[in-house]
Design a protein. Structure first.
Length: 100
């Protein structure tokens, strides 16, 4: 992630310049690990008005998540989702765009 910041410490632009996914990490995870953190965040916040129309289910109903550690020690998925929304809002993404 590359951020350009103004002299007033405001984000001017942002772009992903390089991203690598390890095949072993995408298709599975080790014992006691979990992948797709943003999915767990979405599922934790699925009753929010922004997400209600998506009709998200429990983590166990998704093949990639069902064998994951559902609760990560020290991570509050609901709080992390709020932080994600705040970050997107700070980048001027409207709720409509965030939902898409």
């Amino acid at each position: 992630l590359q951020l350009t910041v103004t002299g007033a410490a405001r984000i001017q632009s942002c772009c992903v310049i390089d991203y690598l996914l390890e095949l072993t990490r995408v298709c599975g995870q080790g014992q006691g690990e979990r992948n797709y953190h943003v999915f767990f965040q979405l599922l934790r916040a699925r009753s929010e008005p922004l997400l209600e129309d998506l009709q998200l289910g429990e983590a166990q109903s998704y093949g990639y998540l069902e064998r994951s550690q559902l609760e990560a020690p020290g991570i509050d998925d609901g709080r992390c989702f709020e932080e994600l929304k705040d970050a997107l809002t700070g980048l001027d993404y409207t709720p409509t765009i965030q939902k898409e």
